[in-house]
Ligand binder design. Structure first.
Ligand SMILES: [Cu+2]
Length: 219
C-alpha cells in the first residue's frame, strides 16, 4: 500500500471516529427527561413529592440509583426536572428507599436553607444527621438548600428492589419547606458519592440528568 493510500485511510478512519463521537455527544446532551409540574396547593404554595431508589429497574441503566418524581396526578415519573412557581413556598416530601452510602464532606449532613432550618425525619424535627447515615442528599446550591436523606438500615426487612417503590416497603420519610425567589433554572443534585461501581462513586448516575441531578425550573 502506498504512503498516500495509508494516509488517506487514516484520514477516513479519523473522520469516521469524529462523527461517531459527535453523535454520542449530541445523544448525551439531547437526552432530557420530561419536566414535571409541582402540585399547586394554594396561591403561593406548591408541593413536590420525590422518591430515591437503590435501582431504577428499567430503561437504559436498570441498576443505577435514581430519584423519581410524582406528577400532579400521582403517577411516578423517572425525571429530575421539576417546575415550581417563583416567590413561593415549596413543600417537599421525599420517600428514601435506599440504604446509606455516607458522606465524604460532613458539611452535607446538616439541614441548610429550609424554612426554620429544619427537616422532619419520619415526623421528627431534625437539624442534622450522622455523616455516615445519608443515602442521598437533595441540594440546590444556588438557593443555599441542602437536606440529607437518612438511609434505610442495611438489614431492614422488605427493601425495595426496583422503582417505583411503595410506602409498604422499608423507607424513611423526609419533609421540608423552602422558598423560591426569582424565575430561573437552578441546578440541583445529590452530594453523596452513591454511584456504586464508578470511580469514587461519582460517575454514571451522579452525573446523568434524570438520576442524581436535575433542574428546578422556577417560573
Ligand atoms: Cu445520590
Amino acid at each position: 500500500m502506498s504512503r498516500a493510500m495509508r494516509l488517506a485511510l487514516v484520514a477516513v478512519a479519523t473522520a469516521a471516529a469524529g462523527v461517531l463521537v459527535g453523535f454520542y455527544i449530541v445523544a448525551f446532551l439531547m437526552a432530557t427527561p420530561p419536566t414535571v409540574n409541582s402540585a399547586q396547593t394554594s396561591p403561593g404554595q406548591a408541593r413536590i413529592t420525590l422518591q430515591t431508589v437503590a435501582a431504577i429497574g428499567f430503561g437504559a441503566h436498570p441498576d443505577w440509583v435514581s430519584y423519581l418524581v410524582q406528577d400532579p396526578q400521582g403517577r411516578w415519573v423517572h425525571s429530575t426536572i421539576l417546575r415550581v412557581p417563583a416567590h413561593s413556598l415549596v413543600h417537599v416530601t421525599i420517600y428514601q428507599y435506599d440504604t446509606a452510602s455516607g458522606l465524604r464532606n460532613p458539611f452535607y449532613s446538616q439541614v441548610r436553607g429550609t424554612v426554620g432550618g429544619i427537616m422532619y425525619l419520619n415526623g421528627k424535627a431534625t437539624r442534622a444527621i450522622k455523616p455516615d447515615d445519608p443515602g442521598h442528599t437533595f441540594a440546590i446550591p444556588d438557593l443555599g438548600l441542602s437536606v440529607p436523606l437518612q438511609g434505610v438500615p442495611d438489614d431492614a426487612k422488605n427493601q425495595c428492589e426496583a422503582a417505583p417503590c411503595s410506602t409498604s416497603q422499608a423507607h424513611n420519610t423526609i419533609e421540608f419547606t423552602f422558598r423560591t425567589g426569582a424565575p430561573g433554572s437552578y441546578r440541583w443534585q445529590c452530594f453523596v458519592p452513591c454511584a456504586a461501581g464508578f470511580v469514587f462513586g461519582n460517575g454514571g448516575p451522579m452525573q446523568t440528568m434524570g438520576y442524581m441531578d436535575g433542574f428546578l425550573e422556577v417560573q
